[in-house]
Design a protein around this ligand. Structure first.
Ligand code: IVH
Length: 693
């Protein structure tokens, strides 16, 4: 289906015609993408496909407000293919926290030592190895035979790419002697720089898609539905850790690397055991120097505490281990022209300026957008449309505009004036005292705010409603089928009308409604995250769900916590990652009348599963409230707290009649005295260790 405006030159469009053409182009491109990426069966040649994209890009350039109707412009390369079956990782595949400078590295070592109650002067062994810029994979071996391989996916669930992985020479199909019966090896699939150049040359000759960098080429090659295609791509693998393992004989990371090598895996030759911050930093700079000459891309150096028992004690926080960190190489910088400044409205109404740049290659990636943060940032740097700007890009972080090259500024340039009316709904915007953000005050009557909140609500880590993307939400919102989250669960009442809607179709309505029904049963943590409360990400949402168990009790607690002197407020602050500012946002959100209506509506539509109980096994600490005071010698306060919590206890900061135990370390003060007065059980550090043994 082509639109009725296809023959018309875009310079002659009015906004209404342009909107209709943009929607039509999006649908066509989306359909072609689906055929190309998911079915490996393109319906048109690349030339015609590119013309569609170019027409859409030109239209959006002429009518920037239509950018929001053009989700296909934001899609680069293949989306995860439903052609692969899902694999649930037995242990989550973690990511790494980042260090950007020497201080971040010494801070990391300091945190590790503090957690373990080690002397700050004491050295601790750490392994340093290159951070490979590739795609991580998990390989499962049973009795030494490679049986299944998967992508990382979202860390919890990946895609089964076994057949593709079998084509990679570095992945042994059979392990050499001395392996555990069940062994899951994790590592990085990568493409060498030479293989990447050769692949792109071949792709150009055959008029096929060229890749922006070796990492994208590796990802695209792994995502092929036909393993014979993957087999033609030159992929490699470095192993670096394990997931599931029936028997772990190593006591250090370095020993484990030795085992990997004995079993037949490649380990990175630049891996080194270091024993001090100076050692680590020296090795970092050595690797940095070698970087241009390496045959593969790296984007930093990973540091891992060497002793595995210490790794175990340190554990994880927010999906990253406490015992490792990625020390990234400095960002790459380059100059380009700032062609326009667009204002995006987020789900909380914040107006975010985005720099539209003349596309430029920065460290192997073509960059055309960069963050401008906020109004003050633009004023401070005096950024103007038409300026030559220095941009920098570091890893997956959104590129930043560092500064303006003033010598290259045109004399005709004018300072940029930040809009004071919301570009989406035309309503007033406001800056609250002390805030850098300017917000649209229209709340849920502002189109972009509603659409952004709904997009977040249905996103993968929240309700995960497949098929209900930006395009569909926009269509359904436009016709008043959905204006608040609860409406999504009543869409089935409009099945017939939906099927008739231009841009949906019977099959996609069926798929969307099925996905909605599936998401009707939802974990409390996903619901909390999906609400889009400012500052409440997945990790915080999970902790809140664990602490309050049900939406009813969470609502009740937050109502009482409005009083800052209440016990409920003190307990809220006790949750890891909830400081005063997050507490304020939570209380504010739950106190808002419209939000309360949305929540009650959702409660009547959903089956909400209670927050996870961290430890179902009953221990001496289950349900107990503990206060730690004074200096503990055998473990840091952080470790004591996370241990107590993992055994089902709640750790609070102040002693009250509700406290069950007070653990007293050296130089304890008033808390110990208060506990004594209240007749609360006081434990010495040794008694505490016995209790948790
Ligand atoms: S260790 C528990 N080591 O970096 C630690 N990761 O930013 C798990 N990566 O998801 C990762 N080189 O895909 C580790 N030598 C290396 C790595 C490495 C690259 C990737 C990995 C991870 C990501 C985190």
């Amino acid at each position: 289906m082509t639109s009725r405006y296809r023959a018309k030159p875009i310079t002659e469009f009015n906004i209404f015609e342009a909107e209709s053409e943009v929607i039509a182009l999006n649908q066509e491109i989306d359909a072609h993408d689906e055929m190309y990426y998911r079915h490996d069966a393109p319906k048109i040649d690349d030339f015609n496909y590119d013309s569609l994209r170019q027409r859409l890009e030109a239209l959006v350039r002429q009518f920037p407000g239509l950018k929001k109707l053009s989700p296909v412009l934001g899609q680069v390369g293949a989306t995860p293919s439903p052609g692969f079956s899902k694999v649930i990782h037995s242990h989550p595949m973690l990511s790494l926290a980042n260090a950007f400078n020497d201080t971040d590295v010494t801070d990391f070592l300091g945190r590790v030592k503090k957690f373990l109650a080690l002397d700050a002067e004491q050295n601790i062994e750490v392994v340093a190895e290159p951070k490979i810029d590739g795609v991580s994979a998990s390989l499962i071996y049973r009795n030494g035979l490679f049986v299944k391989g998967a992508t990382r996916g979202d860390g919890a669930v990946g895609e089964d790419i076994t057949d593709n992985l079998r084509t990679i020479n570095d992945i042994p199909s059979r392990l050499k002697k001395g392996f555990p019966t069940t062994l899951e090896i994790r590592g990085e699939i990568y493409m060498t720089k030479v293989a990447f150049t050769e692949l792109n040359a071949a792709q150009t000759i055959s008029n096929s898609k060229v890749f922006a960098n070796p990492r994208n080429a590796a990802a695209g090659s792994l995502r092929q539905l036909d393993p014979t295609v993957t087999a033609t791509r030159n992929l490699n693998f470095f192993a670096y850790t394990w997931g599931e393992i029936s028997e772990l004989r190593a006591v250090t990371q370095i020993q484990f690397f030795g085992m990997l090598s004995n079993w037949g895996f490649k380990i990175n030759p630049l891996t080194k055991l270091c024993s001090s911050a100076e050692d680590l930093l020296r090795h970092y700079h050595e690797i940095e120097e070698q970087r241009p000459g390496l045959s593969y891309d790296i984007d930093g150096v990973v540091y891992k505490v060497n002793r595995l028992d210490l790794q175990k004690r340190l554990g994880t926080i927010s999906r990253a281990p406490r015992w490792a960190i990625a020390h990234k190489f400095p960002a790459e910088r380059t100059e380009t022209i700032l062609e326009a400044i667009d204002i995006q409205i987020g789900r909380t109404g914040v107006l975010t300026p985005v720099a539209r740049l003349r596309p430029i290659n920065v460290g192997g990636v073509v960059v055309s957008n960069a963050s401008l943060h906020n109004e003050d940032e633009i004023n401070r740097k005096d950024i103007r449309i038409g300026d030559t700007v220095v941009i920098q890009r570091a890893g997956d972080v959104i590129p930043q505009v560092v500064e303006v090259v003033l010598q290259k500024r045109s004399q005709l340039s004018k300072p940029y004036t930040f809009p004071i009316k919301c570009p989406s709904c035309g309503n007033e915007t406001k800056r609250l005292e002390g805030e850098v953000a300017r917000r649209c005050v229209a709340g849920l009557t502002c189109r972009d705010q509603v659409i952004e909140s709904l997009k977040h609500f249905v996103s993968r880590n929240a309700f995960d409603i497949e098929g209900l993307g930006e395009k569909q939400i926009y269509l359904l919102w436009g016709d008043s089928f959905i204006s608040s989250p609860g409406d999504i669960f009543r869409l089935k009442r409009h099945r017939v009308a939906l099927e008739k809607k231009n841009g949906l179709g019977k099959r996609s309505v069926e798929n969307i409604l099925n996905a909605i029904e599936k998401s009707r049963t939802i974990k409390l943590e996903r619901l909390i995250y999906g609400l889009g409360i400012p500052q409440v990400g997945q990790a915080t949402a999970r902790l809140i769900a664990i602490n309050y168990q049900t939406l009813t009790s969470l609502r009740a607690v937050l109502e009482k916590a409005r009083d800052k002197k209440s016990l409920e407020y003190a307990e809220l602050l006790n949750i890891d990652q909830v400081g005063e500012s997050v507490a304020h946002d939570l209380i504010d959100f739950f106190g808002d009348e419209i939000n309360q209506r949305i929540l009650s509506d959702l409660e009547s539509e959903l089956k909400i599963l209670d927050g996870e109980l961290i430890n179902v096994e009953r221990t001496a600490l289950t349900g107990k409230t503990i206060v730690f005071t004074g200096t503990l010698e055998k473990m840091g306060r952080g470790e004591a707290k996370s241990l107590a919590e993992s055994l089902g206890a709640k750790v609070v900061g102040s002693v009250s009649s509700k406290t069950d135990f007070v653990v007293v370390g050296g130089e304890a003060g008033s808390k110990a005295t208060k506990a004594e007065k209240l007749g609360i059980t006081i434990l010495t550090e040794d008694e505490w260790l016995k209790l948790i043994a």
